[in-house]
Design a binder for this molecule. Structure first.
Ligand SMILES: [Zn+2]
Ligand SMILES: [Zn+2]
Length: 291
């Protein structure tokens, strides 16, 4: 069996380099971080020593995969030119930081279009292209959204279109992150039609472009368009889709990250969730198809 790429979004409080040790503490082999404070525009100073410390800590803690998540204020689909430019600048900085830190993937939420869907997709794609052109190295992973308000990227068609609007060769650095909670909230029934949903993903987006999974259960029902994460197997999705994902060889090389509630004890809860997912994986029967 290939090695699991399984971990959590962990805090970088006290310094980026502390994330890797936190990941190891919860039994993770993969980790997701914010490389800056996600609710502020302010850009952090990142000196060479901090970069080196981060790179060393990733190695020392045996992590196999690192991804970053872009800041919440960024809206690359914004119709407001001032906010759009500010977002592009911030996203570009994110790519630059990741390039220096050796982080190969930036998970990014498509923006909110506010006025017109197609115009929003075009603005969003233009922004991605501009940043990919400006910074060599990291790939972006466009995350599926729950489709709250005018958020882009809840329909598979929108995600595929976003990618297609980015020209080659930059398009090659564009993949996807599927969030199980968001997909379900957007109306794709992973609980009762697991195979159908992934078949549709493959037909519209292409499974080969899936690089990351956010494994979160959902507090709200199918099609609610509301984004609230629940513990694995304890929300509306229930254990089955997660069991299927952990045992499905098509997802072996996909980085799996939990963003489940951390309660008052992040270490305990994250460790518990990862243990649960590993148990699903280890019960895998090698060649027989799951019912
Ligand atoms: Zn997510
Ligand atoms: Zn979410």
């Amino acid at each position: 069996m290939s090695q699991l790429l399984l971990g959590a979004h962990v805090s970088v409080a006290g310094g980026l380099h502390l994330a890797a040790a936190r990941a190891r503490e919860i039994g993770a082999t993969a980790v997701q971080v914010f490389t800056k404070s996600p609710n502020q525009w302010r850009e952090p100073k990142l000196d060479d020593a901090a970069v080196a410390r981060f790179r060393e800590s990733v190695k020392a803690n045996g992590l196999l995969a690192v991804v970053s998540h872009d800041a919440y204020l960024i809206n690359l689909a914004s119709p407001d030119p001032v906010l759009w430019r500010r977002s592009v600048a911030a996203f570009r900085k994110e790519l630059e930081r990741c390039s220096r830190l050796g982080i190969p993937y930036v998970v990014t939420h498509p923006g909110n279009f506010h006025d017109d869907l197609e115009a929003g997709l075009r603005r969003n794609a233009a922004a991605y292209q501009r940043c990919l052109q400006a910074v060599a190295g990291p790939s972006i992973l466009i995350e599926t959204t729950a489709g709250t308000g005018t958020a882009l990227g809840w329909r598979f068609e929108e995600l595929a279109r976003l990618r297609r609007l980015i020209r080659e060769p930059w398009r090659r650095r564009v993949g996807f992150c599927a969030d199980t909670c968001h997909i379900y909230a957007a109306g794709y029934d992973l609980a009762r039609d697991f195979d159908g949903v992934w078949k549709e993903w493959d037909r519209i987006i292409g499974l080969r472009h899936l690089r990351c999974l956010h494994l979160n259960d959902s507090r709200y029902p199918l099609g609610s368009r509301r984004d609230r994460h629940a513990w694995i197997g304890e929300g509306e999705l229930g254990p089955e889709p997660f069991r299927r994902i952990m045992r499905d060889r098509r997802f072996d090389s996909v980085i799996k990250i939990i963003e489940t509630p951390k309660g008052d004890d992040p270490v305990r809860h994250d460790r518990r969730m990862l243990r649960r997912l590993r148990a699903y994986a280890s019960n895998r029967r090698p060649s027989r198809k799951e019912p």
